[in-house]
Design a protein around this ligand. Structure first.
Ligand code: MN
Length: 316
């Protein structure tokens, strides 16, 4: 799908429903609300709705819209940042007349009538910035702030291995709209004092599996003590991501399983591929940032061993 086809689809429909993946991050919510604000600015007659359950707490995003099935039925659905249809955060996307799928995840399962998939893009907000620029329609300061938020977070402040000249070009375009770069940074990355305290605790629980592989394993009572759940605890994984010696690092959080405790995991690496290791345990993600759910204690051990093997074979 090119910019011309994109605009003509938008013009064709009075109603547009906008979707993204479950448990949205800033790239998902930033592309969703960046697109919505751009449509509202440039196509004022359109009815446009944000679908999905949760919200992204990292940035400042408006609440989702509560819509009936009839709103979705016959609409143009636009889905952002979602590799496979089962991860779309509202299954009613299937009621839409047509579906546009814009994504950057590796190995996407193609769905939708029109799509723009660029697995080389560091963020969907990078793809969307380019696409909106190409339409020639104006981009407001607000739209630029949403898009920049997604770009900045998915690249961990332009530090991930998929950050390219095109990523920085997109950021440069957005910066030209007058966004307040330090203010957006603070909004997205400053910690509350309670998070700061948990971050200190998280670091203190670092275990060296080898000299180059570190992990943090948190038990239910550890998290209860700080009032955090597993997914928010694992969000602190970056706390151990800036150690020169570490090539890969993981966070495991314990939860109640039907036959005893299970672990959810976040995995990170500097160079070696880990998403295929995650996939072997039913997880997935990006080359250097992946996740897995429902691991047994012995899965945790074998997964760490697999990362160690991968690292060893990468040096041969
Ligand atoms: Mn993304």
């Amino acid at each position: 799908m090119n910019a011309e086809e994109f605009v003509s689809k938008i013009k064709q429909y009075d109603r547009i429903t906008v979707f993204r993946h479950e448990r949205p991050d800033c790239d998902a919510a930033g592309s969703q609300f960046g697109f919505i604000s751009w449509v509202r600015d440039n196509f004022p007659g359109k009815k446009i709705y944000a679908l999905g359950q949760g919200t992204c707490t990292q940035g400042d995003f408006p609440p989702n819209d509560e819509v009936t099935d009839n709103i979705v039925r016959g609409s143009l659905a636009v889905v952002f940042d979602t590799a496979s249809p089962d991860r779309i955060d509202d299954e009613r996307w299937q009621l839409a007349a047509e579906v546009i799928n814009i994504d950057h995840h590796p190995e996407p399962q193609p769905y939708g009538n029109l799509y723009l998939i660029d697995t080389g893009a560091a963020a969907v907000c990078e793809i969307l910035t380019r696409l909106l620029e190409e339409t020639g329609y104006p981009i407001s300061l607000r739209t630029a702030e949403y898009l920049y938020s997604g770009l900045l977070t998915d690249t961990l402040c332009f530090r991930t291995s998929n950050t390219t000249a095109r990523t920085l070009e997109a950021a440069a375009h957005l910066a030209a709209y007058g966004i307040d770069i330090p203010a957006i940074n603070r909004k997205l990355f400053d910690l509350s004092y309670s998070d700061f305290r948990f971050a200190s605790y998280f670091r203190s629980r670092t275990v060296l599996y080898t000299d180059e592989i570190a992990y943090v394993k948190l038990h239910m009572e550890d998290m209860a003590r700080f009032g955090v759940n597993g997914s928010s605890a694992r969000n602190f994984i970056d706390e151990i991501g800036h150690v020169r010696e570490f090539a890969a690092w993981c966070a495991f959080t314990e939860k109640e399983g039907s036959d005893g405790p299970l672990y959810d995991a976040s995995l990170r690496s500097k160079e070696i591929q880990i998403n295929d290791i995650a996939a072997a345990y039913g997880g997935g993600g990006h080359r250097n940032a992946a996740g897995v759910k429902d691991l047994s204690e012995s899965d945790v051990d074998s997964l760490l061993a697999a990362i160690k093997d991968r690292l060893a074979s990468s040096k041969k």
